[in-house]
Ligand binder design. Sequence first.
Ligand SMILES: Cc1ncc(COP(=O)(O)O)c(C=O)c1O
Length: 393
Amino acid sequence: MFETLPDPKLDGIIALMQAFAEDPRLGKVDLGVGVYRDEAGRTPVMQAVKAAEQHIVETQESKTYLSLAGDAAFLDTMRDLLLGGAVPASRVAAVGTPGGTAAVRQICELIRRAHAQATVWISAQTWPNHSPLIAAAGLPTRPYRYLDPESGALDRAGLLADLEEISAGDVVLLHGCCHNPTGVDPTPQDWAEIAALLDRRGAVPFVDMAYQGFGAGLDADAGGLRHLAARLPEILVAASCSKNFGLYRERVGLAMAIVPEGQRARLAGTLAGLSRRAFAFPPDHGGRVVSTILGDARLRHIWQVELYEMRDRVAANRRGLADALRAETGSDQFGFIAAQQGMFSLLPLSPEQIERLRAEHGIYMLGDGRVNMAGLNAQSVPVLAQAMAQVLR
Ligand SMILES: Cc1ncc(COP(=O)(O)O)c(C=O)c1O
C-alpha cells in the first residue's frame, strides 16, 4: 500500500533545526525557528502561566469532555482581547483549535463549505505554512504585493492595486500584526484603506493574529482587526496563543467568524461540526491557562508585564542590529530593521550569502533571509553584523 508514497519533503524550518542541532561549533547562532528566546537563549514558561497552572491543578475537579467549541471562558476572554468590544458578542462565533495552525486550517474548511469558488489572497511574503494549509482545504491562492524590498516598508500602492482585482466572495488573508516574515505592518491609515477596498469589492478579510502584544501593544496590535470588524459585515479570524502566552506545545488557538446579527448560531454550529470531523474537542489545558490569566486582574497584570518585556527585548535587538550594521557597513540601508516590529525580518541576502553565513560563521537563518530577532543577544548582534558585512563585501 505504501510503496508508491512519495518521499516526504522535509519542511525548511525543521531541516534547519536539525542542521543546527548537528553543528558542533560553540558560537553557532540560531535565527531560524520562530520562538521567543531570552538573553540566555531560553524559552521559559511565563510566571503568569505557572501561577495559572498551579491554580488549575488545585481546583480542577474533572477532565470530562466539554462542548465541541471548548471552554466558553477561553473563547469569551479571547474574543474580548482580540476585538475589544468592536462588535457585539452576538455577532461572534468561535471554537477552540489546537493552535493557530488548526485555526487557519479550520477557517479554510469553513470558506470552502460556504463558497468553494473563493480564492484566498495571500501576501507575497507570508508564513510558509499558509499556502499548504489553504491548499489542503482545496482552495486556490493568489499573491498580493506586500513588502517593498528597496525600503523594507509596506508596498502600499502595490498591495492596493493588486487587491483591486479581487472578486466578490474572495478572501484576503492579512496578518493582524507583526507580519511573519517581514515585520512590516499596515498603519492605521493603511488598514482603513484596505477595509474600504474590501468593503467596496465585497471581499472577506481573514485575519491571522499570532503575535498580539509583540508590536505596539495589545490594543494597538488589534487595531486593524477591530477596524475591519467595525466596518465590514463578515470577518474571519485565526488566533494563536503560542507566542504571547508562551504556550507553544500546549496548542492553544481559536477560529472565529464575525457575521451579521442572526447568523451566529449557524456559524458556531458549522465550526463545531468541522471540529468534530478534524479533531473533535480542542485541547483544554492551555486555553484554561489563558482564561485563568485574562480573567484575573493580578495574573493579567503579571502576564502583560512579561509579554512587554519580551516585546521590548526583541525591539532592543532590532535597534542593536541596525546600529551594528550601520557601523560595520557605513550604510543606512539596514535602518528598516529597527523600524519593523515583531520577531521577524527578511534580510536582503542572496542564497549564496545565507549559505556562507551558515558555513563560515555558524549563523542559521531561513533560505529567504528570514531571521528571528529574538534569537539574538548582546554577544551575537555584533557577530551577525560583522559576518553580514563580510559576506556583503
Ligand atoms: C503567522 C502565523 N500564523 C499562525 C501561526 C501558528 O502558530 P501555532 O499553530 O503554533 O499556534 C504562526 C506560528 O508561527 C504564525 O507565525
